[in-house]
Ligand binder design. Structure first.
Ligand code: SF4
Ligand code: SF4
Length: 55
């Protein structure tokens, strides 16, 4: 299981970044996840207002 980002849906609000305990999310030109850091806790999935994240 891994975190998937629907880039067509993400509006780059940055909300998910602030709830990641491992600092695995990065927003540059688009949102990216560092899969080596992500423990799939789903904190980010729960807070995304537009449902752009899934596992
Ligand atoms: S699932 Fe958890 S560890 Fe992975 S990016 Fe989201 S908040 Fe961070
Ligand atoms: S909370 Fe959702 S819409 Fe906002 S940056 Fe994260 S994935 Fe994108």
């Amino acid at each position: 299981m891994s975190l998937e980002i629907d880039k067509a849906v993400c509006d780059q609000c940055g909300t998910c970044i602030s709830v990641c305990p491992l600092d695995a999310l990065e927003l540059t030109t688009e949102l990216r996840v560092d899969v080596a850091k992500c423990i799939v806790c789903r904190n980010c999935v729960k807070v995304c207002p537009v449902g752009a994240l899934r596992t």
